[in-house]
Every structure is written in structure tokens, then in C-alpha cells.
Design a protein around this ligand. Sequence first.
Ligand code: FES
Length: 136
Amino acid sequence: MRDVNVGPASEFGDPGRKVIAFETFEVGVFKLGGEFFAYLNHCPHMGGPACQGKIMPKVDEVITADRTSAGMVFSKTRINVVCPWHGYEFDIRTGRHAGNPRIGLRPMPVRVDGGDVIVTVPEARERPAAAMGAEA
Ligand code: FES
């Protein structure tokens, strides 16, 4: 593994992201609520560039006491990235699929050091493991 400086933390929007290309893979680095998260840019569905999708609040269904739906609302706390190929949504804070937490994006260690964002990625000759809980 190696540490790579992907630039000043101040260059990221909030929410915001950068997708960085390495030798044989890409990593999406996100900033959300002042925190950083990084994932392999490889969707567990069919390998799409999940980290490059739209960033949007999770949609929740409001269930009333009599167990009927009162409609859909945008979450005020959970923000997802939506894979541009088929619409799988992943929680930016956890990398987990919004509807099936058994699958998710492969996390990469990320930290802020001296104002710069540092992501830890596999060596050039290594190929990172694919996404977690990949489906057939
Ligand atoms: S490849 Fe991401 S939803 Fe299908």
C-alpha cells in the first residue's frame, strides 16, 4: 500500500468529490459534513463507475402508525452517490447499498494531514479487490 496526496482539503466542495485514476483502478474521494471517505470506483452490481454518479439525499418512505405510506421525503442526514449505469445508490459515509447493506463499495483509507487529503491505495503492481458483496 502507498499513500497518495490528492490535493488540499480546501479544494473539495461539501458535499464534493474527486475521482483519481491510478494504473489499473480509480478511487473516488468524497467530502461530506467535513469528513472524508474514499472508495474504489467499481460498482458491486456490474463494475460501473459508481463514484462518478449524482450525489443526492437518500429517499425515505414515511410510514404512519396505521402502517400506510405518507409519501416519500429526502433524508436530512443520509447522502448517497448514485451509480450512473443502473442507479444503485450507496451511502457516502458507509459505502453500503441503500437497500441492501450486505453489498457496498470497497473502502480505501483516507485522512487529512497538514491540510492535504491522503488516500492509501494498493501498489502499482497490485489490483485491488473488487467491491464488497458483489452480485452476479
Ligand atoms: S453497474 Fe452500478 S448499478 Fe449497475
